[in-house]
Write a protein of this length. Structure first.
Length: 256
């Protein structure tokens, strides 16, 4: 039981840290696009448990490019983390590796949910330029998600999941490590932004779907996770990941 608790806490810290960094890189992607096209950015607002925004000081000269760059440039920036930590030779590299892996999951999922629920996000803005883009963007969101699933499954041995672990054990570790972030986001909405409650509840549901998908694929294709040698999680590794996660939840609030 102690082993599974360590895995869950390590994953929670890792996921929380990487998710906030990914959102920051996404917003930075919008900002870079504005700067590249001669525009101005007044500020970037990162709210770890709610929506984050990039506020423009001038109207975008190329709004389609600026909107698409959130995911596009954001993923490219996250790939730097992925390349630098690809070998996963140390548990200390795992949170930074997941920035790269999670960027595909976050941006692909963001586009897909926006297209399906019409939440007024980046994908909706792109479709506003042409309704014919809806289906291609939906297909693109799925294609973005696929490498994220592969890269995340490759990570499983590093968070204490072995090839011998059953379906239920995998579900337990992954759900207890990933879903709590979205539960926190839901409770944040209940207290500070009630109009956002249903969307946050939907995010909790999607996180469970993500966990189920990861478990199914990892069970059907065990060779993916065999690419990385498993390492024994120690208490110091858990404290390290949890510290990063807590910092990611707290620090952005001082700059908002």
């Amino acid at each position: 039981m102690k082993k599974y608790m360590r895995s869950s806490l390590f994953l929670f810290g890792t996921f929380t840290f990487s998710w906030v960094v990914i959102v920051t890189l996404h917003e930075l992607g919008h900002a870079i696009a504005m700067w590249l096209t001669g525009g101005k950015v007044s500020r970037i607002e990162i709210t770890p448990l709610s929506w984050s925004y990039t506020y423009y000081g001038t109207s975008p000269k190329y709004p389609f490019f600026t909107t698409a760059s959130g995911a596009g440039i954001g993923i490219l920036l996250a790939m730097i983390f992925l390349v630098l930590t690809w070998k996963l030779s140390s548990l200390y590299a795992v949170p930074f590796y997941f920035v790269g892996a999670g960027a595909f999951l976050q941006n692909g999922g963001y586009y897909m949910s926006d297209l399906l629920l019409h939440t007024g996000g980046d994908a909706s803005s792109l479709v506003a330029h042409s309704a014919a883009l809806r289906l291609p963007l939906l297909i693109l969101s799925i294609l973005i998600l696929l490498p994220g699933l592969f890269l995340t499954i490759r990570l499983l041995p590093m968070i204490g999941i072995s090839s011998k672990d059953s379906f239920m054990v995998r579900m337990l570790i992954l759900s207890s490590g990933i879903v709590p972030y979205f539960m926190l986001s839901f409770f944040y909405a209940v207290v500070f932004n009630p109009s956002d409650i249903m969307l946050r509840l939907f995010a909790v549901f999607i996180s469970l779907v993500l966990v189920f998908t990861l478990v199914i694929i990892s069970t059907l294709f065990p060779k993916i996770e065999q690419q990385v040698l498993p390492q024994q999680l120690e208490q110091k590794n858990v404290l390290y990941a949890m510290s990063l996660g807590m910092l990611a939840l707290v620090v952005p609030n001082f700059f908002t």
